[in-house]
Design a protein around this ligand. Structure first.
Ligand SMILES: Nc1ncnc2c1ncn2[C@@H]1O[C@H](COP(=O)(O)OP(=O)(O)OP(=O)(O)O)[C@@H](O)[C@H]1O
Length: 694
């Protein structure tokens, strides 16, 4: 978090009783908030008078019961005072829970166990944080159970955890401060389990197993700590609205002995959950209003947020920086395992009659290779000789980051938050870490454009820490293929390979070779700074090419499709910029243009489809049928991706890569003068394409 500059503007905000100051500040800016007069709190934690609190990449709220004056230094994306807040119902819930704690103390029973559910960004974590802070301020020591792996607030993303709370949540670093050993003593150290997926339903079996392990740990903890037992616990969950996803909630409610369920911001969910069996078995279901201040966070925001959490795990915060340490682990000294299915392909894609051989908690050995680079590995409590699925529910002692995989010396170079050798040698690999960068419904995507960077940093660095960008494209059709474009003599080739092998592991199973990667000749940059522009232009041109070739109206199964011949590649000419217009290419473009503008396939004016493109789905009558691909979408709407006739896939893909129209790029004068100007347009196009792909 950068500090606020001396010349930043400062503003004074006056809050009346029961009002709150809401602000949004992005990751590029930092603001400082000081309480000048009165009393105020940040999600239930009291602000110290004249103490200065810094925020960056945060949507926050300072609330005052009695009124206060704040000084805010720095630039917010939005800042306002609101009078309508759900704080009254929040304090009512807190008081009711406090009565239950007092009752539990006199009965020597467990205190209230609360689970908070609701849609994404409805304010579940904020409510949990506020109620925990109120409880702690009354001398309670509740447990905080984080069952939101995507938004893991205690350690790295992809995990679930339980933390005993004996002090209010740190205003600046949130729950993360509990994972920092220097600020939390051993009694407050969180227990963490590696889950490795974003949604509990991605591997419900493993998720439920971890909840069971967590429940056992909580049982041991509360058996020896009556104060903690009577203080109860708060469970934060992953956002959901779908009734089908209740299964993991049902399990958590029964395993953790939940007594109260708070439903935030959804009438529908409230009604749905009020009718579940647990509601009839004594769990109180309470509806909570969503605060008008909660903000829907974009995928980019979440990614940057998670990046910062990882950075804080290894390097601490600006106020409390850590040193991280480098350590070496030889391949033969360690076991790297991953838990769960080989591939995220759904069961429905298996050949008819086949069932999966593995359960979702099966443990698979991972052979170290380049794909491990930049991975976060959980160091587990398991011993080297522990066999089978018992490793799956093992607690994570901590996390290391793989900076180098040295295949020659057969060793990993790791960054660890603590010095010395690894305490244990069984490491859990989370191949899914790449998934956050991929579309959620990846199986329905036909083309994935993946910008490749040669950065060695595993966390987001403002402005980027690498020096070169190139483009990898994954094209899924009958025969999936990767295509690689690099504007500087393929210098990012090894990085593209590393990403490819990670994708292979996700798409085709751990250890799979995956489909081939074709490296294409393409225009080369002439300076040291245009790589990003070239990536945008390659993406734009190729995406446009795919879209253009899809422009003819949906072809009925009875239509005979005639394709124009492929234009042969001209690598030399493409590399050498020429001022002269290329008439051959121009003619080919016109032919394509004519075909696009016609409402019927131009079988008469264009040569017929080359026989090499015929696939087994063509029958003798020349009628082309849709090839049987598990991923073919059947929608006949005019959605660009959906209407694309599957039988065009193979020829289109081949020609798309041959038929790149570099006319604009190949005129050196034009390229020089317009490249920069084009960037904005191309960025917009790129965004449009990304949106349509999403
Ligand atoms: N009253 C408020 N005013 C301003 N911002 C708020 C308020 N309450 C919550 N927020 C912000 O809104 C965002 C979403 O809130 P929160 O993280 O609590 O939601 P969530 O339901 O836990 O989200 P998730 O989908 O990750 O589970 C956060 O950035 C939070 O800081």
């Amino acid at each position: 978090m950068a500090s606020v500059g001396a010349n930043q503007k400062s503003a004074e905000w006056v809050l009346g009783a029961g009002e709150e100051f809401r602000f949004e500040v992005d990751f590029k800016h930092t603001i400082e908030i000081k309480l000048k007069h009165g009393h105020a709190e940040y999600f239930g934690a009291e602000l110290g008078r004249e103490a200065s609190y810094s925020f960056s990449g945060e949507n926050g709220v300072v609330f005052s019961w009695e009124g206060c004056t704040l000084t805010v230094i720095g630039e917010c994306q939005s800042a306002y005072v609101a009078g309508e807040t759900p704080m009254d119902s929040c304090i009512n819930v807190h008081m009711a829970l406090q009565q239950l704690r007092v009752q539990a103390r006199s009965d020597s029973a467990n205190g209230p166990r609360v689970i908070i559910v609701g849609p994404d960004d409805s304010g579940k974590t904020s409510l949990a944080r506020t109620l925990i802070n109120y409880a702690v301020r009354m001398g309670e020591t509740p447990l905080y159970v984080d069952l939101d792996p995507m938004d893991a607030s205690v350690t790295v993303p992809g995990t679930v955890s339980v933390t005993p709370m004996s002090k209010t949540v740190d205003i600046e670093t949130g729950f993360m401060s509990y994972a920092m050993s220097s600020s939390a003593g051993p009694p407050d150290t969180p227990l963490v389990w590696q889950f490795g997926h974003e949604q509990p339903t991605d591997n419900a079996e493993l998720f439920n197993l971890l909840v069971d392990r967590m429940a056992a740990a909580i049982g041991r903890h509360t058996a020896n700590n009556s104060q903690s037992a009577t203080s109860g616990l708060f469970v934060d969950t992953r956002g959901f609205t779908d009734a089908a996803k209740c299964e993991t909630i049902d399990h958590a409610i029964s395993a953790l002995g939940i007594t109260t369920l708070l439903v935030v911001g959804s009438e529908r969910m409230y009604s749905l959950l009020s009718n579940r069996p647990f509601a009839k078995e004594g769990v109180t279901v309470i509806k909570m209003a969503r605060s008008g201040g909660t903000v829907d966070r974009s995928a980019m925001f979440r990614q940057q947020y998670n990046s910062r959490i990882i950075q804080q795990y290894f390097y601490g915060t600006p106020k409390e920086p850590f040193s991280s340490f480098s350590t070496v682990a030889n391949f033969q000294e360690i076991r790297i395992l991953r838990v769960g299915e080989d591939s995220i392909a759904p069961s429905s894609t298996l050949p008819l009659g086949e069932t999966r051989m593995l359960t979702d908690t099966s443990v698979l050995a991972v052979e170290p290779d380049e794909a491990l680079t930049h991975s976060i590995l959980a160091v587990t409590d398991a011993s080297m000789d522990l066999e089978g699925d018992s490793v799956a529910g093992m607690q994570a002692l901590g996390f290391v980051n793989v900076t180098v995989v040295d295949m020659e010396k057969k060793r990993l170079i790791l960054i660890s938050p603590v010095p010395g050798r690894l305490p244990k040698q069984v490491l859990l690999y989370d191949v899914e870490s790449l998934r956050s960068a991929l579309p959620t419904d990846m199986h329905s995507k036909e083309i994935i454009f993946i910008p490749i960077n040669n950065s060695n940093s595993f966390v987001h660095v403002e402005g980027g820490s690498g020096s070169h960008w190139s483009l990898l494209i994954y094209v899924k059709h009958v025969n999936p293929t990767y295509h690689y474009y690099d504007s500087m003599a393929n210098i990012n080739y090894q990085y593209a390979l590393a990403v490819k092998s990670k994708l292979d592991a996700i798409l085709f199973g751990a250890g799979s070779q995956g489909p081939p990667m074709i490296t294409h000749s393409c225009p080369q940059q002439e300076n040291g700074s245009d790589c990003g522009i070239f990536v945008i232009l390659y993406t734009d041109l190729l995406a446009r090419r795919y879209n253009d070739l899809r422009l003819p109206p949906p072809i009925q199964p009875t239509n005979r499709v005639s394709m124009p011949p492929p234009v042969p590649p001209r690598p030399r000419r493409l590399r050498k910029f020429s001022a002269e217009p290329d008439t051959t290419r121009h003619a080919a473009s016109i032919a394509l243009h004519n075909r696009r503008n016609s409402s019927q396939p131009q079988s008469s004016s264009l040569p017929t489809r080359p026989s090499t493109y015929h696939d087994s789905s063509d029958d003798s009558s020349g009628v082309i049928r849709r090839p049987m691909s598990p991923f073919v979408r059947s929608s006949n709407t005019r959605n660009r991706m959906a209407v694309r006739p599957a039988m065009l896939v193979a020829p289109v893909i081949e020609r798309a890569f041959w038929w790149i129209d570099y006319a604009d790029l190949c005129n050196p004068l034009k390229a020089r003068t317009t490249l920069q100007a084009l960037v904005n347009e191309h960025c917009t196009r790129y965004n449009n394409i990304a949106t349509s792909l999403n």
